[in-house]
Design a protein around this ligand. Structure first.
Ligand code: GLA
Length: 399
């Protein structure tokens, strides 16, 4: 039994007594994490294997200076390639790009941010660095000692372990995979440090069915995103139907943001940001935060769109209507409003109509456009608007 805080009021001794009688429930610590989809930054999409301590510090600085931290982007997540060798006792060391992980964590924390790290249940990570295989508890303890707040655990070479040990028995391989994720879950709980647990195994074996059982606060539902409209939209729009698996503390993760990385048009990045918000997806910026133009900032820091993603109801949105490449998605919100996004996946600008009854309204609604930041007044019956090619119009409708 471990109390996280000293009990401070003598008059509340009975509370102390009740708490002391409760069985130790580390699982509780884990499920109160990520009550809204995690927001922050991750090094992979822009820096990939080159990321250094200096890049991570610069990202932390930029989160503060740009206003992103205050908009909710809290996690500073180091992806693959920080790992060094193990010492004689088997403790994982950092490599020369990261001279002192504890000092880096202290720096990130001093900015009011949290630090994330990356590993694999396999012997090697996807980039061929040291994984946690056979060292799960030791690594979790090291992360906790450093002050890590978030772990992305990427299947990578554990696939080979599964293949070898399952002898072609697919069911056995899937069971091994779940057990590997559960093993690290237990290791994290044993540290008694709240660490957000991010599963990364590309959505295999319908992870949304078992991700919560192995302690996942989020789980990747797809293969890797890349900075182009076709890949982003393929991933994003394929999330239709997964809404029922998401809830506070457990989120579908269609991968990190590419906004600001330069290979999509502003309308396409607005689609990316809007769709991820409708999906209650984690918002992990993947660009170089120290070099952001105003358009990138306006997209990543659109507070009205972020509010849709982070809405306390915690219900993921879903597609309610599609006519060819024209799609209408709806996400219910805590105050009885609904976020409604009209997506134009076609190759030319086109008018799209939303029928209010299709998004659950049988009377008039007050409408606000979340990209033009304009009140549209009262809508009755339907709303038609020209949506740019590959673009979006995102509304908040209140009865
Ligand atoms: C996999 C993951 C990516 C990234 C790389 C790092 O491809 O899906 O998100 O973490 O590994 O090697």
């Amino acid at each position: 039994m471990r109390l996280h805080r000293p009990v401070f009021v003598v008059g509340c001794m009975w509370v102390t007594a009740i708490v002391a009688l409760l069985p130790s429930s580390p699982a509780h610590a884990q499920t109160t994490l990520a009550s809204t989809p995690p927001m922050g930054w991750n090094s992979w999409n822009h820096f990939a294997k080159k990321v250094t301590d200096a890049d991570v510090r610069a990202a932390a600085d930029a989160l503060v200076a740009s206003g992103m931290r205050d908009a909710g982007y809290i996690y500073v997540n180091i992806d693959d390639t920080w790992e060094g060798q193990r010492d004689a006792q088997g403790n994982i060391q950092t490599n020369s790009k990261f001279p002192d992980m504890k000092a880096l964590a202290d720096y990130v924390h001093s900015k009011g941010l949290k630090l994330g790290i990356y590993s694999s249940p396999g012997p090697k990570t996807c980039a061929g660095y040291e994984g946690s295989y056979g060292h799960e508890q030791q690594d979790a303890d090291t992360y906790a000692k450093w002050g890590v707040d978030y772990l992305k655990y990427d299947l990578c070479s554990y696939r080979n372990v599964m293949k070898t040990e399952s002898n072609g028995d697919q069911q056995k391989a899937w069971t091994m995979m779940q057990q590997a994720y559960e093993k690290m879950h237990q290791a994290l709980l044993n540290t008694h440090r709240p660490i957000v647990y991010s599963l990364c195994q590309y959505g295999w074996d319908a992870v949304w069915n078992w991700g919560p059982k192995v302690g996942g606060n989020l789980w990747r539902t797809t293969g890797d995103i890349s900075d182009n409209y076709d890949r982003m939209s393929l991933i994003g729009f394929s999330q239709a139907g997964l809404a029922k698996y998401a809830a506070p503390g457990r989120w579908n993760d269609p991968d990190m943001l590419e906004v600001g990385n330069g290979r999509m048009k502003p309308d396409e990045y607005r689609t990316h940001m809007s769709l991820w918000a409708m999906l209650a997806a984690p918002l992990l910026a993947g660009n170089d935060l120290s070099k952001m133009d105003d358009t990138t900032k306006s997209i990543l820091m659109n507070k009205e769109v972020i509010a849709v993603d982070q809405d306390a109801l915690g219900v993921q949105g879903d597609r309610v209507h599609a006519t060819g490449p024209f799609e209408v998605w709806m996400k219910p919100l805590q105050d009885g409003s609904k976020a409604v996004a009209l997506f134009n996946r076609s190759e030319s600008d086109y008018p799209i109509t939303v029928q209010l009854k299709d998004v659950g309204f049988d009377g008039p609604v007050q409408a606000r456009d979340l990209w033009s930041h304009a009140d549209l007044g009262t809508l009755n019956g339907s709303y038609t608007v020209v949506v740019p090619r590959h673009g979006v119009v995102m509304l908040r409708l209140k009865p």
